[in-house]
Ligand binder design. Structure first.
Ligand SMILES: Nc1ncnc2c1ncn2[C@@H]1O[C@H](COP(=O)(O)OP(=O)(O)OP(=O)(O)O)[C@@H](O)[C@H]1O
Length: 676
């Protein structure tokens, strides 16, 4: 559900892309509110601190907003190309009981999972798989793809006579790209198998001791869910998996497993399956299957049915190989109809306060929303988590519980990852800060907003990120942050049939008017002009930015964390693919402005391929590595400077999103060992 202020923002933004009468309306509404000073008689502004910590003051003792709001690039007008968005109908009128399924399986779906009606993808896929066909399945996020393969798979295994036993080993192999998705998929099978206790599901996902996993495999697992890397690990090192009986292979998020450089791992898996198994059914699924995947499809699929729910209707009874028509459709992605997609164009310097104001609005001032914020690197997630927890989680006057921030990224210990995932799943509200480790497949209930604080590296990843909300017909919204230099990404998304409405920066920042903790010079009152309101909002944003900067500069540790986060952000920025470099090029970044968005007062001096002063051991090693590669001494980056060719080369190294493939991680480890 959206709060009334969400709706206000949505209406403001979607109705008109250039003019701003609706936003003036919002301003007027806000201006009419009684912004009473705190009862302690102060103006709520920690003036001494501001002075001490470098927020410049005007001659009259007010806050000078120039540091945050001057010398920013202009925000261009956004023109929304006319787009006919692909639409998929989620539900059909058919029910699971209409299918030829074991009654206990139908009863489990009804009673345990509260599911009775088939979704479109299930209606097309389940009969094809029950008929023994291979399939390539594409349907929008949150449309029920998991059950579209899990139901026929369980139906098929429970019917085997004599009954399946543990000693048969794996009969079905499900490959998914992340540990959390492996865990979630495993849990779905646990539920479906309740009436069929003789079929044993299991999960391999790394983070657990290999020995313990090996023991579980030895005991016997019939439906094995795994990440590719971990499975290859066992194939190569423990020799404990016998694939001789595998009759189902499912690659969920199939395009991702290729993307991540897991192709080699998949080759190892396919080779060991092909050398062993009987005839096998193969299924590839994703919301964004593209032609690239057909390469893999050629290797492992046998005369597959192609099911594209949003595409031209496909017969599920006649063989349709990855056809040219599918190919022409393949670059257009369907997103859920109930998803409202927004973009905000924010100059680099203002990004941090803009994100904070948005979170405060959604989670504190208006309703208790449940937000996921995507960020490009583990270090930046860590940094923002500690910054927001310290600065934004203060108890509020209205006695609401403090704002809760959770984090999820690939550099966390497995126990912490699992705990964060479970906590966020179970919570009604709160904020999850994460890398793309949470972008695919995760079914986190009641998420209301997806924020992409750093833009994705591909339109497909955009689709998966926003797909964490508006699932199975629910409503949800998303907000993409772009800098003025990055607005061409809107056209890139439009090329994939994705259409966004603009949300105005001023509207987001003006939510700071709800809390007088951020009050400015105190001259603003309800009858002030809209210009005065704008000035007040800017002052409040500056107060908040100053609080962030105070936290960052309070001790060496947090300063170091901010620099590390900035460093990793820059590295991540170098990893956009070639065809997007004209939009996201590190040379168009302004280091000083980017630094501000990490609460740094100035651009760190001497920033190189490793972190700034006090870089950790491994970063220093990366720096040395980069220097070796370029054959040049480390070049220092200074505040005003933009990035030249050499800096780009220096700064480019593997960034840590926690999503690197096994090979990349192994290579990194070997490189570090070499240096020791
Ligand atoms: N027929 C159904 N009726 C009601 N709910 C369903 C049905 N099928 C699946 N669901 C629920 O819908 C949610 C989304 O399903 P699922 O995770 O399989 O989507 P998906 O298409 O795989 O999404 P993604 O592309 O993001 O991986 C889950 O909570 C699932 O239990």
């Amino acid at each position: 559900m959206m709060s009334s202020s969400d709706e206000q923002l949505c209406r403001n933004s979607s109705s008109d892309m250039t003019s701003s009468p609706p936003s003036r309306k919002r301003k007027r509404q806000k201006a009419q509110q009684p912004w009473a000073p705190p009862s302690d008689g102060t103006d709520g502004t920690p003036k001494k601190k501001k002075k001490k910590d470098g927020a410049k003051e005007t001659g009259r003792g007010g806050i000078k907003t120039s540091s945050l709001f001057k010398h920013n690039p202009d925000i261009p007008d956004i023109h929304r190309p006319a787009i006919a968005q692909l639409k998929e109908k989620i539900f059909t009128s058919d029910s699971f009981s209409d299918l030829d399924l074991h009654p206990h399986l139908v009863a489990t779906l009804n009673k345990v999972m509260n599911i009775s009606t088939l979704t479109s993808v299930q209606k097309q896929t389940i009969p094809a798989l029950l008929a023994g066909r291979d399939a390539v399945v594409r349907s929008q996020t949150g449309s029920g793809k998991t059950l579209s393969y899990a139901v026929p798979l369980v139906q098929s295994l429970q019917s085997i006579q004599p009954k399946v036993s543990r000693s048969d080993g794996p009969l079905a192999l499900i490959i998914v790209p992340t540990r959390e998705l492996a865990q979630q998929t495993f849990q779905t099978f646990q539920k479906l198998l309740k009436p069929f206790t003789w079929i044993v599901p299991g999960v391999l996902m790394g983070g657990e001791k290999r020995k313990a996993e090996k023991a579980r495999i030895r005991k016997g697992i019939n439906i094995l869910v795994s990440t590719p890397g971990r499975l290859v690990d066992h194939i190569k090192n423990t020799l404990s998996i016998a694939f001789s009986a595998v009759r189902w292979l499912v690659l969920d998020e199939a395009d991702r497993t290729l993307d991540l450089g897991f192709e080699k791992d998949l080759t190892v898996i396919l080779n060991s399956l092909n050398s062993a198994g009987p005839a096998r059914q193969n299924v590839l699924l994703s919301a964004t299957l593209t032609n690239g995947v057909t390469r893999l499809a050629d290797v492992c699929l046998n005369d597959p049915v192609s099911i594209h729910v949003s595409g031209a209707p496909c017969s599920t009874t006649s063989a349709v190989t990855c056809d040219p028509e599918g190919a022409s459709q393949s670059e257009s992605f369907a997103v859920p109809e109930a998803l409202k997609q927004f973009v905000v164009v924010v100059p680099s310097k203002v990004r941090l306060v803009c994100l904070a104001a948005f979170i405060l609005d959604k989670c504190k001032f208006s309703q208790n929303d449940k937000l996921i914020v995507f960020i490009s690197s583990c270090e930046a997630v860590e940094f923002l988590h500690s910054l927001f927890t310290a600065v934004l989680s203060r108890p509020s006057a209205n006695h609401k519980p403090p704002l809760r921030f959770l984090r999820l990224h690939g550099n966390m210990k497995q126990e912490d990852r699992t705990e964060a995932f479970q906590q966020f799943s179970a919570s009604q509200s709160g904020v999850l800060l994460c890398t793309d480790v949470a972008a695919r497949g995760l079914d986190l209930p009641q998420v209301t907003w997806i924020i992409q604080y750093t833009p994705p590296t591909a339109a497909a990843e955009y689709v998966h990120r926003v797909g964490r909300t508006a699932r199975i017909g629910a409503r949800g919204s998303s907000l993409l942050f772009l800098t003025p230099a990055e607005t061409a990404f809107i056209t890139e998304l439009a090329n994939h049939n994705i259409s966004l409405s603009e949300m105005k920066l001023q509207d987001i920042l003006s939510s700071l008017m709800f809390d007088d903790v951020y009050k400015g010079r105190g001259k603003y009152h309800s009858k002030s002009s809209s210009k005065a309101l704008e000035q007040e909002v800017r002052e409040r944003a500056t107060v908040l930015q100053t609080e962030f900067e105070n936290f960052v500069h309070a001790d060496a540790r947090s300063l170091q964390a901010a620099k590390k986060a900035l460093q990793s952000f820059l590295r991540a920025y170098t990893t956009y693919p070639a065809h997007l470099k004209h939009i996201f090029h590190i040379r168009s970044l302004h280091l000083g402005h980017a630094a501000k968005s990490f609460g740094l007062r100035d651009a760190p001096q001497g920033l190189t391929a490793a972190a700034g002063p006090g870089a950790s051991g491994s970063h220093r090693k990366n720096q040395n590595q980069a220097r070796k590669q370029t054959g040049s001494p480390a070049k220092k980056l200074t505040g005003k400077k933009r990035f030249g060719q050499r800096e780009v080369r220096l700064i480019r190294s593997e960034f840590s999103s926690g999503l690197e493939s096994r090979d990349a991680k192994k290579k990194k480890k070997e490189e570090e060992e070499e240096e020791e």
